[in-house]
Design a protein around this ligand. Structure first.
Ligand code: SAH
Length: 221
């Protein structure tokens, strides 16, 4: 068995045991996560743990999210293939790759320039062409590319940044962890006739969203 076959087997098991059995059933999400080689998004020395049921360190004190969390948040965006999507917190680029599989165009913003650069290289090497990544403060959104049919924030915020609400298209969906730095509520906001309908989907734990409309850089959490 080749190394790639071994990883594919691990990926099938991850999807069955960690994701489908826990209630994420959207076949498009499951298929996308079967295609994306998660082991190429983690540092080489922990590659063997890429399909474990947990987040993993990726440098700069940041993490690649747990596979289940990626699946859950992606399912909440209800993507059908043509959407324009914004992600805040590129990190390793793994979530962005899953979004590239499921949406028309993906825009992703990462605070740390090194992580942004590395994620961009990974996605290009894998052949993705429907994305742009930039380094900067994602709490300001990406106004030149707005409006977005889907916005996903993959870091924990004290509240929903106003610019992201403004950049959400009519009928669009925004998923964001909102709460303290220790624990957040995964929050779904839907824009309907210029009203914002908010539902709480369940608790989660993310690294802090640091920026103008997030946590302050020097704050003591
Ligand atoms: N989605 C990532 C995991 C994200 S971890 C993946 O698939 O690997 C959260 C990321 O958010 C970290 O890389 C962190 O640097 C970044 N981040 C924190 N505050 C940010 C901000 N204001 N704008 C953009 N990125 C931010």
């Amino acid at each position: 068995m080749t190394e790639e076959d071994r990883y594919l087997k691990l990926r099938r098991k991850m999807i069955r045991q960690q994701i489908a059995d826990r209630g994420v059933r959207d076949p498009r999400v499951l298929e996308a996560m079967l295609r994306v080689p998660r082991h190429l998004f983690v540092p080489e020395e922990i590659r063997y743990r890429a399909y474990d049921d947990c987040p993993l360190p990726i440098g700069e004190g940041q993490t690649i999210s747990q596979p289940y969390m990626v699946a859950w948040m992606t399912e909440l965006l209800e993507l059908r293939g043509t959407e324009r999507v914004l992600e805040i917190g590129t990190g390793s680029g793994y979530q962005a790759a899953v979004l590239c599989e499921l949406a028309g165009e993906v825009y992703s913003i990462e605070l740390h320039p090194r992580l942004a650069r590395e994620a961009e290289g990974r996605l290009r090497a894998l052949g993705y062409a429907n994305f742009s990544i930039r380094a900067g403060d994602g709490t300001l959104g990406w106004p030149e590319k707005a409006p977005f049919d889907g916005i996903m924030v993959t870091a924990g915020s004290p509240s929903v940044p106003q610019p992201l609400l403004e950049q959400l298209a009519e009928g669009g969906r925004l998923v964001i962890p909102v709460g303290s730095t220790g624990m957040q509520m995964l929050t779904l906001v839907r824009r309907k006739e210029n009203r914002f309908l908010t539902t709480e989907e369940g608790s989660c734990i993310f690294v802090p969203l640091v920026g103008k409309h997030g946590w302050k850089r020097d704050a003591r959490y």
